[in-house]
Structure formats: C-alpha cells, structure tokens
Design a protein around this ligand. Structure first.
Ligand code: F6P
Length: 328
C-alpha cells in the first residue's frame, strides 16, 4: 500500500448520471477501510476552484445508494478550462491536504483530470460516469443502464398512443456525440428505425424506410433519433418530412425525452457497476496507479490511461445496428 496517501478528495463532474451516488458511497467506504480520510468536493471542478468541500465519513454516505443525481452536485466549469482556474483549484487541493483525487464523470472530466494532473502533479483516478456510454476503455459507464431503461419505459408509452392513431413518432434520446442510448433503447423499444451519429443514413433513405413501414403494414412507426445525429435532430427531421408531399397522409409527432433520461433511481446493474468501479478506484490508488480510468471490459476491472479515454473513440458494435434493422 502507498503510505503517501492519507487523504483523498472525491468529486462528481459534468452531466450527472444515476449511480454516481452509489460510486461515491463505494469510494468513501473503501477509502476508510484503508484508513484514508475523504474530502467531498462540491460541484466538480467549479467547487474545487471556489473552495467548496466537506468531510465525508462512512455514515455520511448512508442512504444514497438508491438516489439519482449526486449529493456532491455537479457542474461544467468554464473556469477550469483556463490555466488560472486550474491554479486556483490546485491551491485548494493543497490547502485541504488532499494527496490524490477521485473524479466521477464523462469525457470532459477525464480531459480536465489529465491536464490538471500533468500541470500540478496531483494523482487522479477517474470512474466513468455518464449516461452516454461513450467512453473508450469501458464496456459500460455508470448511468447508461438506467437511462436506457427510462427511455424504453417512455417508448412503450409512446407506442400505445402512436398505435391508437397510426402516427409516426420521432423520439429523440440523449447522446450528443454518440448513439449508444439510441441504439440500445431502439432495440429494446422495438423501433422501426434508429438514427445515430455513427452511421450515415441519408434523408432519402430515412424517408424510404418510413414510407415502407407505414404503407406496407398500415401501422404506427417509431423512429429513435440520437440527439447528435447528423441529420439534425428529431424536430429538424420532422419538418423535412412534413415538407415532402409523400408524407401528406402521415401524422407526425415529435417527443424529446431529454433530461428525464438523466434522473431517477439507478437500476440494479448501475448500482453494482458503480460500486465495483468505486471500490476499484481506491484499490488502484493504493497500489500506486495514477492518471487512469477504471473501466469494466468483459466483466473484469481494467485500467486505461486517462488521456486515451478522451482521445480515442469507443467503437460502436455494428452488429447491434444490423440487429435493429433486421428485427424492426
Ligand atoms: O453527457 C451527458 C449528456 O446528458 C448528453 O447526452 C447531453 O447531450 C448533455 O449531457 C446535456 O448536457 P446539459 O445537461 O449540460 O445540457
């Protein structure tokens, strides 16, 4: 064990994700098991700069496992993108006598951690926390499973009303740069078509596919659109369809699921994943690792250099795209 670590700081950063609290709980409890004290830093890098922190004992993280959001709050800090912002954050980390940091967040968090650690020589280990599941170095991120379950529940409800009216619904799900939520919720929700940034479906193809579905089978249709799809999002696609006379007889509606996907109690899978990653982050730290992200690949804990996580792109499993297409 590394005796140099007497106190860690832990923070949640970027878009919150269900399971962040479960991860925090595991971090705090594992650290105390090793005799390491824990400072909780509020509002991610923003709170690090502004000096917002609290002592966290094992009791302080009781009753949070099942809670969505994050008790430490979260933020996207513009100031931390500046050299001066990071100097102010480092001064507070030193003032709090923190020897190493654990960050729970997505690609922005990882990028910040890599730069901050290099500039100020502060060891940082991250746990992947984002509903988008778009991080290289892990099969799953904390919050993804809950988000797709939330999306599927909404899609089921939309299916009822879509069927009742024989309508076409364009359902937009989150995923700024990636289609993992769209693809998984599309398969799980039985969508007739899934549009994701990773595949290049043209508007002509989209129109052809929707017309085929709706005319051949005389039924409703649900198209799942990832927020980051290059055709421009559900509202834009709907207006392109409405401008085309072939769609004159089809009633089109748009539903944007938005931040509903970010909230809610974490699923069982997310609670277990978050707890495993949280514990592994402290284990890795005491074993002397630094500047890595803890991931899970083929159900085994892995360590990936933080820089690789945000500089490399996670590969989409195109077998799933084929599946969505074949069983639509
Ligand atoms: O990164 C997670 C995410 O939920 C994305 O899917 C989405 O594009 C973004 O955050 C929204 O961020 P904000 O809540 O800051 O608007």
């Amino acid at each position: 064990m590394s005796d140099a670590i007497k106190r860690i700081g832990v923070f949640t950063s970027g878009g919150d994700a269900p399971g962040m609290n479960a991860c925090l709980r595991a971090v705090v409890r594992t650290a105390h098991e090793y005799g390491i004290a824990v400072t909780g830093i509020f509002r991610g890098y923003a709170g690090m700069i502004e000096g917002e922190s609290t002592e966290l004992t094992t009791r302080d993280v009781s009753g949070i496992l099942q809670k969505g959001g994050t008790i430490l709050k979260s933020a996207r800090s513009k100031q931390f993108r500046t050299v001066d912002g990071r100097i102010a954050a480092a001064e507070n980390v030193r003032k709090w006598q923190i020897d190493a940091l654990i960050g729970i967040g997505g690609d922005g968090t990882l990028q910040g951690a890599t730069i901050f650690s290099a500039e100020h020589n502060i060891p940082i280990i991250c746990c992947p926390g984002t509903i988008d599941n778009d991080l290289f170095g892990t099969d799953y991120t904390i919050g993804f499973d809950t988000a797709i379950n939330t999306a599927i529940q909404s899609i089921d409800r939309i299916r009822d009303t879509a069927d009742a009216h024989n309508r076409l619904f364009l359902v937009e799900v989150m995923g700024r740069d990636a289609g993992f939520i769209a693809l998984h919720s599309g398969i799980g929700g039985g969508a007739e078509l899934v549009l994701i940034p990773e595949s290049n479906q043209s508007m002509e193809y989209v129109k052809k596919r929707i017309l085929e579905t709706m005319s051949n089978q005389l039924r409703s249709s649900i198209v799942i659109v990832a927020e980051g799809d290059e055709l421009g999002g559900a509202v834009h696609i709907a207006s392109s369809l409405e401008d085309d006379s072939s769609f004159d007889d089809i009633e089109i509606r748009v539903c944007i699921l938005g931040h509903t996907q970010r909230g809610g109690s974490p699923s069982a899978n997310d609670r277990v994943l978050a707890s495993r990653l949280g514990m592994a982050s402290i284990d890795a730290l005491v074993q002397g690792h630094t500047n890595v992200m803890i991931g899970i690949v083929h159900d085994r804990i892995t360590l990936t250099p933080s820089e690789a996580v945000w500089t490399q792109k996670k590969i989409m499993n195109f077998d799933l795209m084929k599946l969505a297409d074949v069983i639509r």
